[in-house]
Design a protein around this ligand. Sequence first.
Ligand code: HEM
Length: 144
Amino acid sequence: MVQHLLVLLPRGDAQSLTVDWIGRAMLHNQDVYPDPFSFRPERFLKDGHIDKSVKDPAHACFGFGRRICPGRYMAFSAVWIAVASLIAVFDMKKAVDEDGRPIEPNHEYVSALVCIPKPYPCSITPRSRDAERLIRSNANVDIL
Ligand code: HEM
């Protein structure tokens, strides 16, 4: 189906936009990813390991064929390094209300060129004094 659409389309921006749209539709196919609009990273896990029976989103998120994103390896590495660095030094938890009960994130998104979560309360603190020293030595930020 996708291949047939691509053959019919002229090359250029229109095709590139359509390819992005097809990729988005594929990544929200509820037969492949049930409840596709919910943030459920555990959908990719089974018994604590990657579940290989769940299709890897990389099959569609970078486009296809000769116009496939040439920055995909850099993108993967950059996201990996960013997430690993944050997890290494910060403890990230749900915020708590005045009674100490965890506040569930609302899982609402701003729909724009890139889909990002709407602001929600959370607790992000350095994991240790050493982690705090490392963070302060690398960034000019105030940690409350
Ligand atoms: C998570 C990050 C990224 C995503 C999801 C992404 C996704 C995409 C998609 C869907 C396309 C269209 C492919 C097509 O038309 O079939 C594309 C094209 C492109 N991307 Fe990325 N990309 C990302 C990061 C990057 C980075 C880091 C670079 C460069 C350092 C980059 C450079 C390009 C270029 C130059 C094209 C045009 C390729 C062409 O038309 O021949 N992208 N990207």
